[in-house]
Design a protein around this ligand. Structure first.
Ligand SMILES: [Zn+2]
Length: 316
């Protein structure tokens, strides 16, 4: 059967450029119903996983437009809980600590300049920026999303990291669940290095494949997220990426956001080409709270094997 979108052929690891593959397997979109098959390979040298046949840069916009729901969120939508708690900031901070959903902005020092790559939009974004008096700029691919962010009174550029041009140097570059979507990782990281001041920080949140060591069914790991995730890291491959681009790793830790755990527990692989109904899971506040507490304990017990990694890279 013909593929729906044009595909690229990746000949070497996007992290370390090695051609040696430890193993590979076939996967498909198990969330949004894109029907094509893709091949995931594990690099023998740095242990990064990457797609050998991702959707090409000419068609990637069409893939996201047709299948990826976050690009179709109307402005001003947010959870009721978030809206209610936004009037009680200390309580909101506490909840975010308990369920491990703190944003990267919360890790930035006050009065800093920030480029937030793939910033997305949520109702509290402007408040978070104003509270820290940040000189903040967003960068988003999707034109509609850029307009939404601009209409909230924020500066947001349209484009990818690889295509972004600026003579400004930033204190921070934020990449929250973004680096694993890159089609041009090398160009993107070169751009990050160029845009940061000396001593500037790149803060990254991304899935951690060391988590595979503690789960039973590797293929049903929800963070393969094929074909949207093109490269997946663990501590080893992140260290290689940092070294190649002359960054040092200041902080590395892993944890489990509560919503990730609940989605994982409920996840059932769908028939290929069908939307996954198990991926939208409703839970009671009590269940959410109890699961959150048990996860914060697990984070401490298994500090390197949780599914989400936080990494602070410093430009040397
Ligand atoms: Zn590699």
């Amino acid at each position: 059967m013909k593929n729906e979108f044009k595909r690229s052929k990746i000949q070497f690891c996007p992290v370390c450029s090695s051609k040696k593959i430890e193993n590979s397997f076939i996967n498909f979109d198990d969330r949004y119903g894109q029907p094509d098959l893709f091949t995931l390979a594990k690099c023998k040298k740095c242990s990064a996983y990457y797609l050998l046949d991702p959707v090409s840069s000419t068609d990637i916009g069409k893939l996201y437009k047709k299948y990826y729901p976050s690009l179709n969120i109307p402005p001003g939508q947010g959870s009721k809980i978030q809206k209610i708690l936004s009037v009680a900031k200390p309580l909101l901070h506490l909840v975010k600590k308990i369920d491990a959903t703190e944003t990267l902005i919360s890790r930035v020092k006050n009065d800093s300049s920030v480029l937030d790559v793939g910033c997305g939009y949520y109702p509290r974004l402007k408040n978070e920026i104003d509270d820290k008096n940040l000189d903040w700029e967003g960068l988003e691919i999707d034109e509609k999303l850029v307009k939404t962010i601009n209409s909230a009174g924020l500066v947001c550029h349209q484009g990818s990291l690889a295509s972004f041009r600026s003579s400004k140097k930033y204190d921070y570059i934020l990449m929250s669940q973004v680096i694993e979507h890159q089609l041009q990782l090398k160009e993107a990281m070169e751009k990050v290095a160029k845009l940061l001041k000396k001593g500037g920080k790149c803060l990254i949140l991304t899935p951690n494949t060391d988590n595979l060591s503690i789960i039973n069914d590797v293929k049903s790991w929800i963070h393969w997220h094929t074909p949207y995730h093109t490269v997946l890291f663990n501590l080893k491959s992140m260290s290689v990426l940092a070294g190649i681009n002359k960054f040092k790793i200041n902080t590395y830790k892993t944890y489990t956001p509560t919503n990730w755990e609940l989605l994982t527990r409920n996840f059932r692989s769908p028939i290929r080409g069908q939307k996954n109904k198990s991926f939208h899971y409703k839970f009671s506040p009590l269940e959410y709270f109890l699961v959150s507490l048990s996860l914060r304990i697990r984070d401490l017990q298994k500090p390197s094997c949780n599914p989400c990694m936080f990494c602070e890279l410093e430009k040397r």
